[in-house]
Design a binder for this molecule. Structure first.
Ligand code: ADP
Ligand code: MG
Length: 451
């Protein structure tokens, strides 16, 4: 029965062939191809991408598949096979997305289908068009449209970044079917034709889709993971310039496993709580006189540097009850989360990049950092919730090396580092917490690609 709680990534070939035949039924013509983008789990780096911090994501084997065929009448027709979101085919005028998104008219675009899942997809096409105005490789051809069918093996709204997976798989489909880069390369050569720089640009375009079209306050971590991750590696992503360094994760995983526990409690990032937390942290930055909190710390931040910034904050905040209309105590807690999270990322980077050669119990050190990250998410960022706290406590009680909430919070998943021998007991204990809990094996996987 324990198999029932595992959410398998499935066989990509089987998922593709099923999707492609559903596509034919739906649109009465064959799909031109299928594109995939993975979800992600983070070792560390929550709520700090938009403060230029360092994040440590890995791509999952689970992700989102998009089958598509081009149209020349400028229509985008979309359908998702996700049972809870499927409401048949949605039709959007692809050209009008571009027109309505002219500077100053972004609001009209947002109103178009506010809150509908299809925004993530037509947002990606809008952002690709925008990118194409300065990058000839990505110039979207006139009148371009597409028929699209989506299926995902990720929990939706589960903190594993199904939104970025949808944007990134979609944008690859649009690149392949509607741009010079796609036209110059046969479909199965697209993976080779996409340079690192291309991938970086496409990730940035997907951020624009989510921020400017969907209206969610994402900072780029999720899209970078989906577009630029490497199999077997954790990506050390410096959000100051979005440079990435793939680091070997083997040293942690030798004899251990990373599991993402989907609590079954979905969140809606666009809901406002996330933006609230972000506004608190921004107000703290403003009081300190920095645009991004990363700038408040030195090149290799350590704990002492955090204390120093907090003292400075307290000095400036004396006499104040609020800053920028935000409660001063809340701002201080968000500040402390951001700063300590940056220090944790730095420590992990140091450990994983081999600079800490000779650290004896690297797995338990990493585990302790994970757990400290959870406490910070719970007490300082204040984005945790009852089931997540319970899952963390349960995992630690069952002998896990460490556990933490990942993703934006207010729902989502917990990452657990544990020896395989402890898994059966953990699974049984989790089943007692909630029947909606699902376990996902975190096997650091490859970035978005054409199938
Ligand atoms: P997360 O990225 O953590 O899964 P988000 O709230 O950021 O959570 O994104 C979830 C939203 O993304 C869904 O509400 C839906 O609008 C969209 N989405 C993601 N995957 C799919 C899918 N397979 N089909 C349709 N919409 C999807
Ligand atoms: Mg998301």
């Amino acid at each position: 029965t324990t198999d029932a709680v595992w959410l398998a990534p499935g066989e990509p070939q089987e998922i593709q062939s099923d999707l492609v035949s559903r596509f034919h039924e739906e649109y009465g013509r064959p799909a031109s191809g299928t594109w995939f983008a993975p979800g992600r789990a983070n070792l560390n780096g929550e709520h700090i991408d938009f403060h230029a911090g360092r994040c440590l994501p890995m791509a999952l084997a689970h992700g989102t598949y998009v089958a598509a065929a081009p149209r020349e009448d400028g229509l985008l027709r979309l359908r998702t096979l996700d049972a809870s979101l499927d409401d048949g085919v949605t039709t959007v005028f692809a050209d009008q997305i571009g027109l309505r998104a002219e500077p100053g008219a972004e609001d009209a675009l947002k109103d178009g289908a506010a809150g509908h899942w299809s925004q993530y997809v037509h947002g990606a096409l809008w952002a690709l068009r925008e990118l194409g105005t300065s990058q000839p490789d990505f110039q979207v051809s006139e009148g371009f449209g597409a028929d699209i069918l989506v299926v995902s093996t990720l929990p939706i709204g589960g903190g594993l970044s199904s939104s970025a997976a949808l944007e990134c798989a979609s944008i690859l489909a649009f690149v392949a079917l509607g741009t010079p880069l796609g036209q110059q390369n046969p479909l199965d050569d697209l993976n080779a034709a996409l340079t690192r720089e291309h991938r970086k640009q496409l990730a940035a375009a997907c951020v624009r889709a989510e921020v400017e079209v969907v209206g969610a306050g994402t900072g780029g971590l999720d899209q970078t993971a989906a577009m630029r991750a490497r199999a077997g590696k954790v990506l050390s992503l410096d959000c100051r310039d979005f440079s990435v360094q793939p680091l070997d994760i083997g040293c942690i995983l030798r004899g251990y496993r990373l599991i993402a526990v989907d609590t079954g409690q979905a969140h809606r990032l666009a809901d406002g709580q996330f933006s609230d937390r972000r506004a608190d942290a921004e107000a703290a930055a403003q009081l300190l006189g920095f645009e991004r909190l990363r700038d408040a710390l030195p090149e290799k931040p350590r704990k002492a540097d955090v204390l120093h910034v907090l003292e400075e904050f307290d000095r400036l905040a004396e006499q104040l009850e609020s800053v920028g209309g935000r409660d001063i105590g809340a701002c201080r807690r968000r500040l402390r989360h951001a700063l300590t999270e940056m220090v944790r990322s730095e420590k992990l980077h140091h450990l994983l990049s081999g600079e800490a050669y000779g650290v004896r119990h690297i797995t338990s050190t990493v585990g302790d950092i994970l757990t400290a990250g959870h406490m910070s998410m719970r007490d300082d960022a204040e984005v945790s919730f009852t089931v997540a706290d319970l899952v963390v406590e349960t995992a630690l009680a069952q002998g896990a090396e460490g556990a933490r909430l990942i993703g934006g919070g207010f729902g989502g998943s917990v990452l657990v580092l544990i020896a395989p021998a402890g898994l059966p007991r953990l699974t049984a204990a989790l089943e007692r917490i909630s029947r909606n809990i699902r376990l996902i094996d975190v096997a650091p996987s490859a970035a978005a690609h054409a199938l």
